[in-house]
Write a protein that binds this ligand. Sequence first.
Ligand SMILES: [Zn+2]
Length: 352
Amino acid sequence: MKKTIFAVLIFILGILCSSDLKAYADQMVVKEDVVNVRSGPGTHHEQITQVHKNEVYEYISEQGQWVQIQLSNNRQGWVAEWLVHKNDKTMDKKKNSHLSLNYNGTNIRSGPSTETSIVGRGHKNEQYKIIGKEGSWYEIRYQNQKAYVADWIVKTQQKQPVNYEVASDSQSNLNGKTIIIDAGHGGRDPGAIGFTGTLEKDLTLQTADALKQKLQSLGANVKLTRQKDEYLALAVRNYHSLQSKADAFISLHFNSAPVNISANGISSYYYHFEDQHLAELIQQEMVVETRMTDRGVRLGNFHVLRENNKPAVLLELGFISNKSEEGVVTSPSYHTTVGQGITKGLVRYFAE
Ligand SMILES: [Zn+2]
């Protein structure tokens, strides 16, 4: 008798687990010949094994641009999202796996009820990934955490694919948009100084040029707050934005942490809450393009953001105090790829 009860319990547990896992019952197929598997979601985590092209692994979870997979012997590991793809069965299921918000100021909550705490607020037409459903509440991914939003204030829809590569001037949603690029520092203000002496003010100008070309190729009107090595007061940078009809203001910077020379990665800052989404989109696309460490999106009380009346973000594009990262971010190819990432983020922003 005891055995029967035990078996029933196991059976019920099995049902509970499998329904819980339904949303995750995905398989990942390895795209490249050899892919490193790491102990955590990032290239700074230790490599624990390798997987090979066309091998299939069960999907467990994801964080940022990293996917956790089930290995043999009950082990788990992390692979970069861009080196694997979900199998076709998964793709079908994922088509309806996003929702978009109907209203500005939508409460995003910690649990499936209006009694639970508010963890953030969303804006009309923002899209979130659906993880599951509890009663009338969708469980979503919000800033890399689980959160909930009521189903009566959202609509579920197929996420619109954005085709960045083929957009000609007339098709691009950047066509006619005015973007201000602010190359940080300049003149008597060198900004951060790199491990081997690179000056932040030079890198920001080089990146601004690469970004400008990319945006112009998609039909945007681009204005630079400075075009040469000159000192500009912060108020002057903002004057360009305040007086213009700009659709976005992008301030470019590079980071330095002389007391922690292993610090690395890129981050995006916003100040006004409504600019958080722009920062998120740009950060996501920059990380995909550059494969740099994702330091996330942060609130930053910077003058150029705070005193700005246009959608404004400040991007920290790598640590020049880190010798190897200084080598990466001083190469022209980095300016191109990071410019591509910023552009894709803006394309997505204006597509929503
Ligand atoms: Zn700076």
